[in-house]
Design a protein. Sequence first.
Length: 270
Amino acid sequence: MARSVLVFSPNSLPDPIVYLSEERTSIGRSPGPCIFRFGGAEAARFLCRSCPGYGAQANARYRGANVAQLASGEQYRCKPNQNHVLCQCCLEPIPDRRGDPNAHLVVKCHICSRTFCDQYWAAGCDGLRAGPRCSSCFSKFKDMNFDARDMDGIILNNVFESDIFKTAIRDTAESDINVLLSTCLKRASDGLFKLKYVESADTVVCKDCARKELSELAYQFRVSDVPNDRLPREVTSRDACWWGRNCTTQRKNPDHARRLNHVCEQTRRH
Ligand SMILES: [Zn+2]
Ligand SMILES: [Zn+2]
Ligand SMILES: [Zn+2]
Ligand SMILES: [Zn+2]
Ligand SMILES: [Zn+2]
């Protein structure tokens, strides 16, 4: 059976992150055993960018400073027995400062409660690594930076309806997903569209939760801004699925998704 080996050894590596062996690809395919190999208790301790010792050990990538700059501007040094939480994007530790009255913490997604470091460090999530940093895994909803791939499945997580939508708006400004987001937020602030998960455009959320909210907004945009005359006849001539937008079969059965319209409300209850 393929083994996936996770090596965690801050003593021998330039910075204290979890390193994956080249067998990483087997993680996705097989639920085989994961072996955590630690170089003793000291190596197993999580060191974050604010921990004493982190700077010296990671100096090649740490860009000189001894105390990591925090986005809030405050100074912070981890205590000897500091508890840490892991950023769910880069897997780097962040000091767990819940309950610290001096902490200006923006690390928890308002919707799913997972922790992210992007708004905590001045350098951001992944900001100390070589190569491009992660692309906004955690921010105010209105500042979220989506890319074209986020359009896939944007309507009801139904690939067929999403393709119909993408084709229909191809020649409009909203074909750019970030323009679509700002147009929808403008409609929401005018009271025309409803936000489902976030309280406002300023709610700080993770990328996954932001995608869910954008998908809700895109559905409303599809209903209000893509009239039937902009759609091909084979799309508009379809019968409506009784379960409408709430149908779960539309995501499992491509033939069902193609044959019936799901951009409509549910008309059957049992
Ligand atoms: Zn620390
Ligand atoms: Zn979230
Ligand atoms: Zn991170
Ligand atoms: Zn990130
Ligand atoms: Zn259906």
